[in-house]
Design a binder for this molecule. Sequence first.
Ligand SMILES: Cc1cc2nc3c(=O)[nH]c(=O)nc-3n(C[C@H](O)[C@H](O)[C@H](O)COP(=O)(O)O)c2cc1C
Length: 454
Amino acid sequence: MTRTDPTDVPRPDARLHFGVFFQGVNHWTIWSDPSSGSQIDPASFLRVARTAERGLFDAFFLGDGQRLRESEGGIHELDVAGRPDSITQLSALAAGTDRIGLVSTSNTTYNEPADLARRLSGLDLLSGGRAGWNMVTTHNAWTGENFRRGGFLDHADRYTRAEEFLSVARAVWNGWSEEAVAASADARSWSVPGAVGRVRSRGAHFDVDLAPTLPRSAQGHPVIFQAGDSGEGRDFGARNADVIFSAHGLDFDDALGFAEDLRRRLRAAGRPEGALRILPGTEIIIGATEKEAEEKARWVRLEQVTPAVALGIAGRLWNIDLSGRDADGPLPAEDPVIAEYTGKFGSSRFRDTLATVAEWRAKAEANGWSLREAVIELGPQRGHVGTPAGLAEKFARFVRYGAVDGFNVSPYLVPEGLDDIVDLLVPELQERGVYRTAYTGTTLREHLGLAPVE
Ligand SMILES: Cc1cc2nc3c(=O)[nH]c(=O)nc-3n(C[C@H](O)[C@H](O)[C@H](O)COP(=O)(O)O)c2cc1C
């Protein structure tokens, strides 16, 4: 299925939205390059955010991790770069930026709604209505050990908790009426008497009774993002989210299939089509010619997939500890260890392990690949590669056919990873009419073109 008929473009006026996904912890960021700066120095993330703002991006986006990644019972050393709390980090950015949205990924499994809703609305107020909350349920058990809860919740219960969590958070945000703050200094008290409501909620997961502490922000309350890919996750997002952060943005047909599935779920939830934006994560690698772009992409992959990273990725696929093996040698001779999928190790393409391993073996044999080369070619793929004009054409098609509403771009170099995108790609997108030429609003909700909150 490839849709290219120019007379049948479903969304001829669609605009692409860009976010930047700043990765504080990940081997995808090439920290060993001489131009790389620190990933926790405020100067680094401020530079990225300001570049994104210069490029008229909708949002600066942070992932969630209340604990360093672990494997085989130890810290995943490859990923240790430090991990500041996202709301703290975004508050620093609020002071150093003017327009860009600030999105915190914060999980609903290991937080409490009254506390998180308050902190997020604090960020929303301090930033003038630029906050977003990416709701995740968190797939790993080790985070639970921070909270003396171990694995804490089965997958099946995480979305029931998330649903209840969001309903309490919304009640907290809506607790103050629009007119709650007295308009003049002569008023009897700072807040209008009776305008601060009470939140009482008793459910399976939460039993709260509180008076919210903050007035509404310029956009009402933070924009709700959501990331989760199971059927329950998609239904939850369709019922509740303003924006879906997905992993379906590389292949056009895959992206369109995901978007159509979500829009079906959105309609089933009784919400209008325009209520949801879909922003998959991606890397973007730009060269002056196709050849140069491909060469750069090869360099990026070699830097990212070091021998140790290759052994880690293959080890998760085989479900065997491969550390100490030769990544430049052949694929493991052993059969993979099949365990029931727990969601602990991410990618859905690994779920059918036997078929995946058979495919890797066949392709490695046919092409003479080492284990590391197989991971580079067949492991999780990351991005779009091309010239500014070629990528602009490609992205225009993605957005006009409704496969995406934009992308959440992961820079592979920090802090200058967005420079090419802002200086070379954005002007090509603007020329094609698929990208804004100025911010028209001040809030994240306005950047995304979402209806005001009720
Ligand atoms: C694109 C994407 C980004 C995610 N980012 C995070 C994250 O930053 N932190 C986290 O703990 N979980 C993250 N998750 C995991 C989800 O919270 C969820 O636990 C996981 O996807 C399992 O739910 P599911 O079966 O519905 O996909 C992410 C998931 C997706 C699909």
